[in-house]
Design a binder for this molecule. Structure first.
Ligand code: FES
Length: 120
C-alpha cells in the first residue's frame, strides 16, 4: 500500500516576486480548477485550501502571525501553513499543498486522487 501521494505540479508564477500578495502576505489563486490560498513568510511560499475547516472563513482575508501561522478572519483559529496543524488547539486540520521554487518558476503540487486509491 502506497502512503506517499503523487503530485501533479502546476506552475503558478515565474518567481515569488511575480505573485501578487496583499499587505497581509496572503492571496488566492486558481490552480487546476481549485481555489487555493498562498502565504509568504520569511521569503518562503506556502499553500493551503482557501476555506477554513472550521466554518468556511476565507483564509486569504485573514493574516499571518509573527511565526507565519495563518489566522482565520472569522474566529481567529490559527493553523500552520506548513503542516496544516491547528496551532490554537481546536482540533481542526487545514489541507496544505507543497510548493516548490524551481529555476522555471514557482510550482504547487496537487495530489492525484482516485476513488480507488485505497486499493493500492
Ligand atoms: S471559520 Fe475559521 S475559525 Fe471559524
Amino acid at each position: 500500500m502506497s502512503s506517499s501521494p503523487k503530485y501533479t505540479w502546476h506552475k503558478i508564477a515565474d518567481s515569488i516576486a511575480a505573485i501578487d500578495f496583499s499587505s497581509t502576505g496572503l492571496t488566492e489563486i486558481e490552480v487546476a480548477g481549485k481555489t487555493i490560498c498562498l502565504g509568504i513568510h520569511n521569503d518562503t511560499v506556502h499553500a493551503c485550501t482557501h476555506k477554513c475547516p472550521h466554518a468556511g472563513g476565507t483564509l486569504a482575508e485573514g493574516y499571518l502571525d509573527a511565526a507565519g501561522n495563518i489566522v482565520c478572519p472569522l474566529h481567529r483559529y490559527k493553523f500552520s501553513m506548513q503542516t496544516g496543524r491547528n496551532i490554537s488547539g481546536e482540533g481542526y486540520y487545514l489541507k496544505t499543498f507543497p510548493v516548490e521554487l524551481r529555476n522555471e518558476g514557482v510550482f504547487v503540487g496537487i495530489a492525484d486522487s482516485s476513488l480507488f486509491d485505497w486499493l493500492k
